[in-house]
Design a protein around this ligand. Sequence first.
Ligand SMILES: NC(=O)C1=CN([C@@H]2O[C@H](COP(=O)(O)OP(=O)(O)OC[C@H]3O[C@@H](n4cnc5c(N)ncnc54)[C@H](O)[C@@H]3O)[C@@H](O)[C@H]2O)C=CC1
Ligand SMILES: O=C(O)C(=O)COP(=O)(O)O
Length: 527
Amino acid sequence: MTKPKVLISDKMDPKAAEIFAANGCEVDVKPGMTPEELKAVIGEYDGLAIRSATKVTEDILEAATNLKVIGRAGIGVDNVDIPAASARGVVVMNTPFGNSITTAEHAIAMLFALARQIPMADRETKAGEWPKSKYMGVELTGKTLGLVGAGNIGSIVAARALGLRMKVIAFDPYLTADRAVEMGVEKVDLDTLLARADFITLHTPLTDETRGILSAEALAKTKPGVRIVNCARGGLIDEAALKDALDSGQVGGAALDVFETEPATASPLFDAPNFICTPHLGASTTEAQVNVAIQVAEQMADYLTTGGITNALNVPSLSAEEAPKLKPYMALAEQLGSLVGQIATGNISSVAIEVEGAAAELNQKPITAAVLAGIMGRYSQSVNMVNAPYLAKERGLEVSEIRNQREGTYHTLLRVTYVAEKGKRSVAGTLFGSDAPRLVELAGVNIEAALEKEMMYIVNEDTPGFIGRIGSLLGDHGINIGNFNLGRRAATGEAVLLLSVDQPIGQDVIDAACKLESVKRVKGLSF
Ligand SMILES: NC(=O)C1=CN([C@@H]2O[C@H](COP(=O)(O)OP(=O)(O)OC[C@H]3O[C@@H](n4cnc5c(N)ncnc54)[C@H](O)[C@@H]3O)[C@@H](O)[C@H]2O)C=CC1
Ligand SMILES: O=C(O)C(=O)COP(=O)(O)O
């Protein structure tokens, strides 16, 4: 088997390359490429490991014909076009914890630097000015810190700030009341935070919702003289408005680690009073860089060599505990989806995925994604669990999920009901002996069969002697039958035959079978 090829396109701790190599990947390290250079080579690679400098745009992804995974050695993925990656079936993963302490510490360093104007004092002292009477600072103790975003980094900042005897208030629409109590912070709305905070620190991702969260309007609502720290993302603060607010004194100081456009080699902010900045150094400590490099390489190599998914942002991740339980269901789900994709006539307009009994105890999202991957295989060969939900949406396929805790005939059951040209039909399967997928219902008929690599599906009027006739026909074509499964729909007098065969069923066999008396429908199936 050829080794998967990985490109590291940003500066990354050498541990990443070592781990890729030790885990069966070929690896190239080429930091600092231009977008054109990246576009020219990306087609060769199965994996792309990045930090924040590489911009993975739709244009790059278009050229990334072999790409299976993008790994972000860090947290923010606003430099990756995730919808475009998803549409191409590329998994996007990050390392959500490796640099959070380091970044929180940088935010605290910025708070102190602002409160005591350390960079300015340092610069002027070294210039021989001894500006002792110029710089009067403020204490952090007793001041109110307003946290915008109380996730991993925000909560570490809160803990450190509480240790500094600050009062911490937080605005985060997704912060629960219990978690706020656990963190020792007061949950407030944004306007309250703006009105009450002496210091504001931002810790949200950059999204459509958070872009410009500190707009001119928001800055006007702050406590006069507020000091602002942004170690999250450029774009959260309106930089022009911040410059005006610093000039007017409405904002008493600002410390930015991140800018709307990076690298920020020039900015009107550079001349503003009490303005401090660092060149996106939030995650730059030896410890954090080793953490994220190791983690991203392990995760990507795992995906490329075993299919294991950790910390993915565009496909349901499976925890170590869930993965072994879900694995046989995923195989069953993909088989049932593929069966639907192969037997449905015409366009499929909707699909309902139902889990019953033991299956209803599981995380249903990956099961749904696997069913969709099976179904969408009828349209394209490059479908996987990542792009199947997107492709389904694009084609207007309506998807619903049903969970039935109560056990029916089987201790565990997965049913896929679809609507296509011939109306509503369903297929269902169970697991035998906890991990062997078995089909138990096909187009409303009870049947019991393992879905094997090559099969033949026949619907016929239930007449005596038919099985013999089909057996002879296949024999005449030199096709060996492995398994013979039969089901009957009593009310209509129809029978369903599902045969496993040793080779794919060709059109000549299908044509010959269609000519047999009482045959209604014949299809070759492959799994
Ligand atoms: N400067 C640097 O080098 C680094 C910057 N970062 C940035 O820090 C960000 C935060 O990282 P984590 O805390 O690990 O992420 P996280 O996902 O754990 O926390 C983000 C928090 O923001 C909250 N949030 C989302 N939308 C919001 C809104 N509209 N208003 C208020 N809160 C909102 C979420 O509920 C969540 O609690 C990252 O997305 C990344 O952009 C991360 C690492 C290093
Ligand atoms: O992890 C993050 O979100 C960061 O912003 C760190 O960025 P970097 O890897 O230092 O370019």
